[in-house]
Design a binder for this molecule. Structure first.
Ligand code: GDP
Length: 525
């Protein structure tokens, strides 16, 4: 009855404002608990109803072959790339970053599409190598970070030691919000510092938290520790957090449901809503009325035998509606987006409309690439979605020279997806592939074999690294290229790349040619 009345009362043109968005990723070292935490967030958001789902999918993905087998089941990895759920009237878009030890460009690029990150740290291990690398990417973009120190139900390092390590290693201010009430055998729960109250285990169904029973002696110790922490660490400053200078820290246990609701509340209350995105010729505000977005990831569709792709596109402004015609700025063409996809934990659906911060999947046949901008007609380009200078370069050797054309096609397809970068040397006929992490090479070989049936092998290339070269003086650039032909290649956009034999020759070239800029990152022209 109430609903009917409300419907009648609302004037037809009333615009229902969309729910707030929080678009974020979780970064961590393998085994710190990212999968467990992801699953708990989805349970709290009602996106899944039983534990074990995310888990089962990733169970054994720590070895390379398992990871690839899983990755090859495209359906699974497509649907799990973005997970959307709603909690207390906030829509959360959780973007998955690949969880394996090796680094890939995918991870970097996914972080270009988020407004905040949750850094999960194992309380027994502190900051590990992978955490540090991912953190550096977040810092490049000033992405605000919430730290979740996980597994406090087990024996861990001293809380002060953990906080000091974060502050020292990452050069960040830290503000503890939840403190562990004991760890391991003495673990009782969490303490909400601002609320001055204990926080017990809270089931994902939203029911009340379990009471926490703290023996008097432990309570005295706890109060002392919290007093010390209050004196030693700055209080929470939302501006500093949003600028990426301060990280709020929550001690919790993803597995045992401690601190997960508080983490969600922190993201809902303090993490930034989608705001301004860097673009040329001008930045784009989330409340700009015209629809804009950029592609940050491209993935082959379910069926590896079809060259269908899904371009993961972050909406940056406007209200996107299905069927809209969007202008593909790089190609200079308009495309009708008839079947955009929303992703959920379990499945996907047609996206009827999407708002800034949302991720839609746009099916296409290879026209959309990572870094592409879509607008309602404006000549605009989102920036800051770079390619990274490869750290490993290999020459591709084709067993059957008759298949050079197919190989070219395969490499171009896979390069578009961001599996690897490809370079054509100016002298010589073999393709050079470049990757940031060694796992990318395995994936490239496996996919050329499985999807294109082209037997190839990699040979060591006589290059150690690559740099995009540029110069304000076109004539000088040409002189450089001519003088270094044996070390020059073109990337897939035909931008010139200096393929250096070793760090010494790179240094030599930079000293010898001071007018030339050698860049380790490259944005699509
Ligand atoms: P990922 O590699 O970062 O995704 O880590 P997982 O979520 O797969 O967790 C790694 C291991 O740590 C698994 O055996 C989890 O059950 C366990 N784990 C995760 N969170 C907790 C926690 O809060 N407490 C304890 N005791 N174990 C946890």
């Amino acid at each position: 009855m109430m609903d009917d009345l409300a419907l009648i009362a609302a004037p037809a043109e009333t615009v229902v404002s969309p729910l707030p968005r929080r678009t974020f990723a979780i970064i961590s070292h393998p085994d710190a608990g990212k999968t467990t935490l992801t699953e708990k967030l989805l349970l709290f958001g009602g996106a899944i109803h039983e534990a074990g789902m995310v888990k089962a999918r990733r169970e054994r993905r720590n070895t390379r072959s398992d990871w690839m087998a899983i990755e090859r089941q495209r359906g699974i990895s497509v649907t799990s790339s973005v997970m959307t759920f709603t909690w207390r009237d906030v829509v959360f878009n959780l973007l998955d970053t690949p969880g394996h030890q090796d680094f890939s460009e995918d991870t970097y690029r996914t972080l270009t599409a988020v407004d905040a990150a949750v850094m999960v740290i194992d309380a027994a291990r502190g900051i590990e190598a992978q955490t540090l690398k991912l953190f550096e990417v977040c810092r490049l973009r000033d992405i605000p970070i919430v730290t979740f120190i996980n597994k406090i139900d087990r024996e861990g390092l001293d809380p002060f030691a953990l906080l000091d390590e974060i502050a020292g290693t990452l050069a960040l201010d830290v503000t503890p919000l939840l403190w562990p009430v004991g760890m391991g055998g003495l673990f009782r729960g969490c303490w909400d510092i601002a609320g001055n109250r204990p926080i017990g285990q809270q089931a994902p169904d939203g029911g009340p938290a379990q009471p926490v029973d703290i023996p008097p002696e432990q309570l005295t110790e706890l109060r002392e520790a919290i007093e010390l922490a209050g004196a030693g660490y700055p209080s929470f400053d939302e501006t500093a957090f949003r600028a990426g200078h301060l990280t709020p820290v929550l001690f919790g246990s993803a597995l045992k449901d401690y601190g997960v609701a508080e983490l969600l509340a922190m993201l809902a209350d303090c993490a930034p809503a989608p705001s301004v995105q860097r673009a040329e010729p001008h930045p784009v505000a989330a409340d700009d009325p015209a629809v804009t977005g950029f592609v940050f990831k491209v993935q082959a569709n379910m069926d590896p035998n079809h060259r269908d792709r899904i371009a993961f596109t972050r909406i940056c402004s406007g209200r996107f509606q299905r069927g809209m015609k969007l202008f593909h700025v790089r190609a200079g063409k308009t495309m009708a987006v008839q079947a955009p996809i929303f992703f959920f934990a379990r499945d996907r659906s047609l996206a009827e409309e999407a708002y800034p911060g949302d991720i839609i999947g746009i099916p296409n046949h290879g026209s959309l690439r990572v870094g592409d901008t879509l607008t309602e007609g404006e000549m605009l380009r989102f920036t800051g979605i770079p390619s990274f200078a490869p750290e490993i370069l290999r020459r591709i050797v084709l067993a059957d020279p008759m298949r050079a054309k197919q190989l070219r096609r395969a490499l171009e397809d896979l390069a578009e997806e961001g599996v690897a970068q490809i370079f054509r040397p100016m002298l010589g006929a073999d393709w050079i592939v470049g990757v940031v992490g060694a796992l990318q090479l395995d994936v490239l070989a496996a996919r050329i074999d499985a999807e294109y049936k082209i037997p190839i092998r990699f040979e060591t290339a006589p290059y150690a690294t690559a740099r995009w070269v540029n110069c304000d003086d076109a004539r000088r650039l040409k002189e450089f290229v001519d003088a270094n032909q044996a070390s020059m290649g073109l990337d897939r956009d035909d931008s010139p790349v200096f393929l250096a034999r070793d760090s010494w020759s790179l240094r030599f070239a930079t000293e010898r040619w001071p007018e030339i800029r050698f860049s380790a990152t490259h944005e699509q022209a």
